[in-house]
Design a binder for this molecule. Structure first.
Ligand SMILES: *Cc1c(COP(=O)(O)O)cnc(C)c1O
Length: 473
């Protein structure tokens, strides 16, 4: 009799857990291939997780972009697609959803986030301008540069330290903004580029106090404030949790207030908005809207679909409403945090505090005996895949590329391996498997050898570079 109830359950009696606010209606089978097959796949992929076939992956934590599971409502919405070239009814639903939940006036749909970044950058940046932002994001900075602008990092110093416990490591430093005005003049700063949360800093949030201060500062100089809203819903969770006065305010109300301090936003709907493809630009000023709406027909599609099918816009409109539900956001961030807490308890070095969409393993502390020139983070992604078929992403010296002047590797302070959690896709049991695998390879860390790069493409090398193990035997 006593064997039916495991002992540990008795020990846990009295514990109250949270659970996902959904149940599973349809499943996608996955299975783990053998260790021998995984070893062969690694060699075939040149030890680069971007080159692995998805069928060889057991739990895929490469990215949270476009990998969300849609709800039954969203799938039902897909059947209500109005595929008219112009004036699709789904477009009006989308506009209404963005106006309702984000509060902006004018909407331009795009195929994904970078389409919106392209439009806003071309619409308001002139050659020689400077764009201050809270740490760069790859596509955002590239579009600002392609429009003739120069990105300037004005994030607080704490963001660059992987163990600093600051609750809002995504905040901007107003003194750095002020210094930029003094240096280049307000007339050369078309807007402040504010991201919530900050991906490259580990999914770190921006406080409401900070966006208010940015707004006040910008108003003094007549500078606009635009928001990268890609993971803004997750940002609102941290405000609710950590900032005075917001504990009892719903996520939806926090989102609306935050956006009210900005002049518009661009969005990769593939993240927060719970769809597999899509994006949008939303602005309050008529002049920017005019330009963006005119340009969208050149680069994306007519201004009532912007590269999306009608059914995609319907799923997106429904996804927006679902994404701001408190239950949803709590379980989303709760799952990321669950994985983070297991790893923290087991002494595995990760970026702290844990952010909204991913766990970042600190490869420098994980493999202190592997020099950065032998790619500790890349090594870690390979070790994790070999151990359990879990796919992660390198965010270290490979991603940082080479210095164009000297041709040497850039050696970033942060040498990280990202475990990115798709929304509504994996269960707590999957997180256990991931954590236990990370723990196992951490236990065997002394035996791990580094990698050498044997093929290096000219651009964005992390996507296609190939590696071999250093030494033999
Ligand atoms: C993904 C992402 C983008 C770009 O969006 P895409 O939909 O991939 O084009 C922009 N900003 C941030 C913060 C992102 O994570």
């Amino acid at each position: 009799m006593s064997t039916i109830i495991p002992q540990t359950m008795g020990q846990q009696y009295g514990r109250r857990s949270w659970a996902e606010p959904w149940k599973i209606k349809m499943v996608e089978p996955i299975h783990m291939i053998s260790r021998e097959e995984r070893a062969q796949n690694l060699i075939d992929a040149g030890f680069n997780t971007f080159l692995l076939p998805s069928d060889g992956v057991y739990i895929d934590l490469l990215t949270d972009s476009g990998t969300s599971a849609m709800s039954d409502r969203q799938w039902a919405g897909m059947m209500l697609g109005d595929e008219a070239y112009a004036g699709s009814r789904n477009f009006y639903h989308l506009v209404e959803a963005i106006q309702t939940y984000y509060g902006y006036k004018h909407i331009v749909p795009t195929h994904q986030g970078r389409g919106a970044e392209h439009l806003i950058s071309q619409a308001i940046i002139t050659k020689g301008d400077y764009i201050p932002g809270n740490m760069y994001f790859t596509t955002t900075r590239l579009h600002q540069e392609l429009a003739g602008g120069t990105f300037v990092d004005v994030i607080i110093d704490e963001a660059h330290d992987p163990i600093n416990p600051h609750p809002f490591k995504g905040n901007m430093d107003i003194a750095k903004l002020e210094a930029l005005v003094n240096k280049v003049g307000a007339e050369h700063i078309p807007y402040v580029s504010l991201a919530g949360t900050v991906n490259m800093a580990g999914g770190q949030p921006v406080s409401m106090a900070n966006v208010r201060a940015i707004r006040q500062w910008a108003d003094r100089y007549g500078i606009r404030v635009y928001l990268d809203a890609t993971r803004m819903v997750e940002n609102c969770f941290f405000i609710q949790e950590r900032e005075d006065g917001y504990a009892n305010m719903p996520i939806a109300a926090i989102l609306k207030e935050f956006c009210s301090y900005t002049d518009g936003a661009w969005m990769s709907a593939k993240k927060d908005n719970l769809v597999n493809i899509g994006g949008w630009l939303a602005v309050n000023h008529e002049d920017v809207f005019e330009k963006a709406r005119n340009m969208v027909v050149v680069y994306e599609g007519l201004h009532t679909y912007g590269g999306m099918a009608g059914r995609d816009m319907e799923a997106l409109a429904i996804g927006i409403a679902e994404s701001v539900s408190d239950d949803h956001v709590h379980s989303r961030v709760g799952q990321v945090r669950y994985l983070g807490e297991l790893l923290t308890d087991w002494g595995v070095p990760i970026v702290q505090p844990v952010g909204g969409h991913a766990i970042f393993l600190d490869a420098k502390r994980f493999y202190p005996h592997i020099p950065q020139s032998q790619f500790p983070s890349q090594t870690l992604t390979a070790a994790l895949y070999l151990d359990s078929g879990v796919r992660s992403m390198e965010r270290g010296v490979v991603s940082a590329g080479r210095d164009p002047e000297t041709g040497d590797h850039r050696y970033p302070a942060l040498e990280l391996t990202r475990l990115t959690i798709p929304r509504r896709v994996y269960t707590q049991a999957h997180m256990d498997v991931v954590a236990e695998s990370v723990k196992a390879i951490y236990g065997a860390r002394d035996q791990e050898r580094g990698l050498k790069m044997v093929y290096e493409p000219d651009y964005l090398r992390f996507f296609q570079a190939r590696f071999e193990r250093v030494g033999r035997g």
